[in-house]
Write a protein that binds this ligand. Structure first.
Ligand SMILES: NC(=O)c1ccc[n+]([C@@H]2O[C@H](COP(=O)([O-])OP(=O)(O)OC[C@H]3O[C@@H](n4cnc5c(N)ncnc54)[C@H](O)[C@@H]3O)[C@@H](O)[C@H]2O)c1
Length: 338
């Protein structure tokens, strides 16, 4: 039986996961809906009052997931599409979330997924460019540091790239940082939000604990430990799943949370700010033209890219380690798509 608080969280549109403002006609597609992330993500999006129509696509299993999820008693319509129905799945969509691709096994880095996932993401982006060129694209497929530049280059080639509408989902790093900090300081996660900047893999993940009222008190060994855990938290899950994949449930939560933030922004809500990996001017002069920082989301998608703010000496070191790695990851994506 679900705990009473869980029932409330699922039922209440104003819960922390889903805040709602004025409902508009918002069709959301999930590409990779049959997978470990795709299935729970589809369920969570079905529970989001800001999603009015849900289009589920995968090369296998999406019609079954759609039939199942469609019985949930919320307002949105759900349709599943088989492998040869990608174009139909994308018709009229406002937001496309992409968790398609293979996940890590123990011992693998996210970059090891490049060879398989790069072409999957490129092909899906090509279809979005053709059928729904104005859609906002939210990339979950790893390595995010490379797959986002691949999507950008693919859209650019098709002549439809708008940097305000492309996002790498780094929300899981934010969710982990927030939860881990709450554990360390003995507070509720609602009171320990952490901004995480950079990219989405090991050393490119840069948590800014000094900018958090609870985080700035964490020093010495405790600081080293929590930073390592935020950067490599994904490995804990990969190891515990022992060959059966990487984070799926917490990622689905993070994906649904980011999608809800974007939809609130698109619906005109002001002040929706969250970290995400976007085309960014912040380090472009160093050849790093994608970077995650706090971004204000609005009716056009990216409304304002916030600066990184003041860093502690430790955070400056983390950033110094992040930048060259991120630069390599971005270049790899661009080279692939060239
Ligand atoms: N951004 C993040 O924080 C984050 C976190 C965890 C996992 N991930 C990544 O998300 C991706 C998916 O992970 P998962 O655990 O759900 O994997 P999974 O193998 O369980 O599911 C992937 C799904 O993608 C589908 N797929 C493959 N090629 C496709 C295509 N061309 N079109 C449509 N669907 C296609 C598969 O059929 C499968 O159902 C992986 O790349 C993983 O590394 C990202």
């Amino acid at each position: 039986m679900l705990a009473r608080s869980a029932v409330r969280a699922l039922a209440a549109p104003s819960s922390r996961l889903f805040s709602s403002s004025a409902a508009r006609n918002t069709k959301v597609a999930v590409l990779g809906a049959g997978g470990g992330i795709g299935q729970p993500l589809s369920l969570l999006l079905k529970s989001d009052p800001l999603v009015t129509s849900l289009s589920l696509y995968d090369i296998r299993g999406a019609p079954g997931v759609a039939a199942d999820v469609s019985h949930v008693d919320t307002g949105s319509e759900v349709t599943g599409y088989a492998a040869d129905q990608l174009d139909q799945a994308l018709e009229g969509v406002k937001v496309v979330v992409i968790p398609a691709g293979v996940p890590r096994k123990p011992g693998m880095t996210r970059d090891d997924l490049f060879n398989t996932n790069a072409s999957i993401v490129r092909d899906l982006a090509t279809a979005v460019a053709r059928v729904a060129p104005e859609a906002h694209i939210l990339v979950i497929s790893n390595p995010v540091n490379s797959t986002v530049p691949i999507v950008a280059a693919t859209l650019e080639k098709a002549g439809v790239f708008n940097p305000a509408r492309l996002f790498g989902i780094t929300t899981l790093d934010v969710v982990r940082a927030t939860r881990f900090l709450a554990g360390v300081v003995g507070a509720q996660p609602a009171d320990t939000p952490v901004t995480v900047i950079g990219g989405h893999s090991g050393p490119t993940i840069v948590p800014l604990l000094s900018q958090s009222s609870h985080g700035k008190g964490v020093t010495g060994e405790a600081y080293e430990k929590i930073v390592h855990r935020i950067q490599f938290g994904g490995d804990e899950v990969v190891k515990a799943k022992d060959g059966a994949g990487s984070a799926t449930l917490s990622m689905a939560y993070a994906g649904a949370k980011f999608t809800n933030s974007l939809l609130r922004g698109l619906n005109g809500e002001k002040g929706v700010v969250t970290p995400t990996f976007v085309k960014s001017p912040l380090f472009a002069d160093q050849g790093i033209d994608f970077f995650a920082t706090n971004v204000e989301l609005g009716v056009n998608g990216v409304e304002k890219i916030h600066p990184i703010g003041a860093l502690s000496a430790e955070e400056q070191k983390l950033l110094d380690a992040c930048l060259p790695e991120l630069k390599k990851n971005i270049a790899k994506g661009k080279d692939f798509a060239a």
